[in-house]
Design a protein around this ligand. Sequence first.
Ligand code: AMP
Ligand code: MG
Length: 398
Amino acid sequence: MLSVAEAQAIVLQHARPLPADAVAIADALGLVLAEDVASDLDVPPYDKAMMDGYAVRSADLPQGRGLLAVIDEVVAGQTPRRPVAAGQATRIMTGAPVPAGADAVIKVERTQLVDQRVQIDDEPPRPGTNIFYRAQEMRRGDVVLARGTVLSPQDVGVLATVGRPQVQAIPRPVVAVLPTGDELVDPGQVPGPGQIRNSNGPMIGAQCRRAAALPRYLGIARDRLDSLRPLIAEGLQCHVLVLSGGVSAGKLDLVPGVLQEMEVTAQFHKVEMKPGKPVFFGTRGQTLVFGLPGNPVSSLVCFELFVRPALRRLLGHADAGPRVVPAALLGDFPYKTDRPTYYPARLEEGAAGWQVRPAAWSGSADLWALSGTNAFVLFPAGDHRHSAGTRFPTLICE
Ligand code: AMP
Ligand code: MG
């Protein structure tokens, strides 16, 4: 059977970054920029006051004290009407253009207005005090963000500053989400005998969003060929199709057969891991197809190990992840398992590095135990008495 690392390598061999497209900056957070972006302006576009106060000539205040004639007032959004000559000052607000002749702004707290004159009592200003000069931040033509940048909120602000409501970026992959199972009912329904609520559909959608992808929910497929076929055909139109359930060895586990019939090439089916061994991965053209086992924790962990790295690669990230860190076990933990096991846990970074505490968990169907966890600690196969302080690879899941 394939190891997790081997299976991940196969997935990444088939995942290529999507072609760049125009993306509105309102939706660009976390996307990878696909062009070098240059400023169309000097920023700031004029010498700008950084305080409310008075624009002055620093040469008029060699000791920081003086009485100046107030000749004008300028607020943000206006332009000064008169230059400041020797012995004069202009009342100015933060963000307003500094008038010609002035080379410093004295903050209002250090001044007192008497009739049309202002008494100043401050440190001697230097030329440039409280002024943000034209093009001090960026010059027209400067490349302000380089191709490959992962856009942060501040980058979105910079793009707005340089007049780019849209940019070329790697767009979000569209992920068809298709839960399967005769026993499933929607979350808004009360399950009848033998039925359960479909938790995986909404959960996989949320994992897609956390991974910056766009989920497209297809509804529940029943364990019948005439239900699976049209929904799988629809899902194959997306960049990625994620199915849940129907991939194990049960009588009604029809998913791999239907995928084969629809010309999906199986790349692997089964990975040496727990939970999640029956996980399926296939491709049709550029479309990636994942069949996640139906037990909710299996589904969750297989998404993090295989689907999320694929999405990161489609999104153009150089580092596909997943993030695995060595973490010291908090408390002794005797544990027997027949395959490498991803055990739900709480990971914290303390003064002594990463520390991990396994959750109280009763297996792959027990999803609630994972509320409040943020990781899976990876225990090896065998019967072990793991002792406190031993370090284990831990998959970050947040
Ligand atoms: P399967 O992989 O289809 O054999 O399903 C394995 C287990 O997961 C069964 O107990 C199913 O009832 C359960 N299961 C399958 N799909 C879902 C789902 N969408 N939400 C919650 N549980 C599910
Ligand atoms: Mg099933």
